[in-house]
Design a protein around this ligand. Structure first.
Ligand code: GLN
Length: 462
């Protein structure tokens, strides 16, 4: 069987009108797209290939020629990209068609997609709840059946966490194996382009088409392939500390472990000593890099420009003040704080040293186990607003996902169960370049528990 249901290959040709109307109708509820404009995507497509005619969504911090590129922020509202990101171009070159740009937390900063300056994306399982973030638009679009897959980006969990909240697969590849050319930088040493999809094989195929060294991104590297053909026997299971996980997540995690054992894997409980440093180290490094990367938005060359400024410095100050949302300002302040002169050893350099220690601990563990299982997020999808999880608590909750970004190792979020009507996912992490191990285990789990259809998911356009 083809990895995409047949209807996807005719969605933009034979069924074009029905498909377009279907997406527009469904998205009134979900609000996953910032721009839905399949005609632009059709105009970019000029080849046939293994993804011929398959529609996909692209997170709006990835450049696609002639589409807007807002990063979910007012500071870039109205900006149209003059070029296409390498990862997206490779899919277009294989026949896939971009149908629109999906909503996100401003510049990828957040875990809810609620920090978008334009709209709130709703979880297709319960529209009062967030779809997760920051690639929430991409996750919700896939879970609502608007596209079979979508691209996201993952700096500290932004592909895996929304995938888990929406009941689909979310792959964060090894750092560097997919080009970052055309990805608007948040934290350059952590940013990775990833895939959200309804099945494991869809993520695998898309990843294999996207990967490869790119002369336009000097941190990109050639993927050498798996060292052991993707074989997995031993799985390290991070001990779930009592009281840290929401009961639904704890139950789902235990079920996932049971499923792995039933399928013949040897599991072993592990402790990761450096886990307690992951969040502070992540937020030190991510905000430091973000404060430098966001310095380019001045209101002078492109993007939002404040009206009636009296001088160029006023223009810069007012444009940034009016254009950036509160979360972005917080991060820039934190970033400049940790980088200020005289204090770099205390914060930034120290964080870099601990980052190395975290990476070393994971590498050591991978001498004993082939992959590591851990939760994705400690809670099920939470309600919009601060009532269930404050922005600070959301940051603390990034603990399980950030580790894979700090180490650069590949990770995947896979659906584990549905608890009280909401999906819960679990995460697998592998050594660098061992995405095949993630797919192998995910496929085994998928046989017992495939991605569950959200209440909004439909298998026809009517
Ligand atoms: N929630 C994390 C943050 O806000 C991760 C975001 C991401 O991966 N882009 O930084």
């Amino acid at each position: 069987m083809h990895i995409f249901e047949k209807r996807w290959s005719t969605a933009l040709s034979a069924d074009k009108k029905e498909y377009t109307q279907f997406v527009m109708r469904q998205d009134e509820t979900v609000e996953s797209f910032l721009q839905f404009d399949p005609e632009r995507g059709i105009a970019l497509q000029h080849t046939n290939g293994s993804l011929a005619g398959i529609p996909f969504g692209v997170k709006d911090n990835l450049a696609v020629d002639s589409y807007q590129l807002t990063c979910g922020s007012k500071i870039l509202s109205g900006f149209t990209s003059p070029y296409t990101a390498t990862a997206v171009q490779k899919l277009i070159d294989n026949g896939a068609v971009v149908v629109g740009k999906t909503n996100l937390d401003q510049f990828g900063m957040g875990s809810s997609t609620d920090t978008s300056a334009f709209k709130k994306t709703n979880n297709p399982w319960d529209t009062e709840r967030v779809a997760g973030g920051s690639s929430g638009g991409s996750a919700a679009a896939v879970a609502a059946g608007l596209v079979p897959f979508a691209l996201g980006t993952d700096t500290g969990g932004s592909v895996r966490q929304p995938a888990s909240f929406c009941g689909i697969y979310g792959l964060k590849p090894t750092y560097g194996v997919v080009s970052r050319y055309g990805l608007t930088a948040y934290a350059s040493s952590l940013d990775v382009v990833g895939v959200l999809s309804k099945t494991v094989d869809q993520s695998r195929i898309v990843f294999n088409l996207m990967k490869g060294q790119d002369e336009r991104d000097n941190t990109s590297i050639m993927h050498p392939g798996s060292s052991n053909g993707g074989a997995v026997k031993r799985i390290g299971v991070l001990t779930a500390q009592k009281g840290v996980l929401h009961p639904d997540v704890e139950k789902s995690y235990a079920e996932a472990v049971g499923r792995l054992q039933q399928n013949g894997y040897t599991t072993r409980e592990i402790d990761i000593e450096t886990m307690k440093y992951v969040v502070p180290v992540y937020y030190t490094i991510a905000t430091a890099e973000a404060s430098a990367n966001l310095a380019r938005y001045t209101g002078i060359r492109y993007g939002y420009a404040a009206q009636d400024a009296k001088s160029s410095s006023d223009l810069m100050e007012e444009s940034r003040n009016e254009g950036f949302g509160d979360e972005i300002k917080l991060r820039i302040l934190l970033g400049t704080y940790v980088l200020r002169s005289g204090f770099q050893d205390q914060y930034y350099h120290r964080a870099q040293k601990i980052r190395t220690a975290i990476r070393n601990e994971f590498s050591r563990l991978f001498n004993e186990v082939d992959v590591i299982l851990m939760p994705v997020f400690p809670t099920p999808p939470f309600k919009h607003g601060d009532s269930e999880l404050t922005p600070f608590q959301q940051k603390v909750a990034d603990k399980y996902t950030c580790a894979a970004n700090l180490t650069g190792f590949p990770a995947i979020s896979i659906p584990s169960s549905v608890e009280n009507g909401l999906p819960v996912g679990v995460q697998l992490i592998a050594p660098p370049f061992e995405e095949e191990r993630l797919f192998a285990v995910a496929r085994v789990c998928e046989k017992d528990f495939p991605s569950p259809d959200s209440p909004l998911y439909k298998t026809s356009w009517s």
